[in-house]
Ligand binder design. Structure first.
Ligand code: GTP
Ligand code: MG
Length: 210
């Protein structure tokens, strides 16, 4: 996919900071350190999101405005990098603050149905899981919660470069069984799955009811 521009709009600390314009949003959700920010950078082929080997790097909701080349099925939308679950510097209280922020975000209606002028939330959600650790209870619980929200959701298995080809397909199958939905293996490091992921994102954003 040809990305003309990718820019940080802002980092939101509360629902009032969310966009109120009608561009659709796709949210990246997953355990801390699973590779959300790296995947966003790999998709847009620029370093826009900050990454770190230490978990808990992304602490606010970072909104990136993406512009694709004219003629793409969707020309402008938001990629949304959320704080990870399962870890917080500062311990349990700040973990709760992250969860509260994430819940506030998912309580906001998507651009397609939201009223004019109110803060808007995700049109679609990508849940990222680490391909090497199928069936982690935190991921299963987050998956159940995301599924209960009723917004289009897909599961992406990150860091596929860390496994051999045979291990990769076995792990993808185990993930599929434990979350009850297909998973797309990707790697921000090797670039595996990037075009399939773009196809999926465009499909999820353009299929939304308007
Ligand atoms: P938080 O912001 O803390 O929630 O983490 P995050 O999910 O945004 O993860 P981030 O993108 O910061 O990556 C975490 C670590 O995993 C970094 O050390 C990355 O270099 C590494 N990483 C991310 N994606 C890949 C990948 O596809 N392959 C490999 N080998 N490493 C990766
Ligand atoms: Mg991050």
């Amino acid at each position: 996919m040809k990305v003309l521009a990718a820019d940080l709009l802002r980092s939101a600390a509360r629902a009032a900071d969310l966009p109120r314009d009608p561009l659709p949003q796709i949210a990246f959700v997953g355990r801390s350190n699973v590779g959300k920010s790296s995947l966003i950078n790999a998709l847009v082929k620029r370093t826009v999101a900050r990454t770190s080997a230490a978990p808990g790097k992304t602490r606010l909701i970072n909104l990136f405005v993406i512009t694709l080349a004219p003629g793409a099925p969707i020309e402008r939308f938001y990629l949304v990098d959320l704080p990870g679950y399962g870890y917080a510097r500062g311990g349990a209280p700040s973990q709760e603050a992250f969860e509260a922020l994430t819940q506030e975000y998912f309580a906001c209606p998507p651009a397609e149905t939201g009223a004019r002028g109110e803060p808007l939330g995700p049109t679609a959600v990508l849940q990222l899981v680490d391909i090497r650790h199928p069936g982690l209870p935190q991921d299963i619980a987050a998956g159940d919660w995301l599924a209960s929200l009723g917004r289009p959701r897909a599961v992406i298995a990150t860091k596929s470069d860390k496994l051999s080809r045979a291990e990769r397909s076995r792990a993808a199958q185990t993930w599929k069984n434990s979350l009850n939905t297909p998973v797309l293996p990707v790697s921000a490091a090797s670039g595996e799955g990037m075009e399939d992921l773009w196809t999926l994102i465009v499909r999820m954003l353009t299929a939304a009811p308007r």
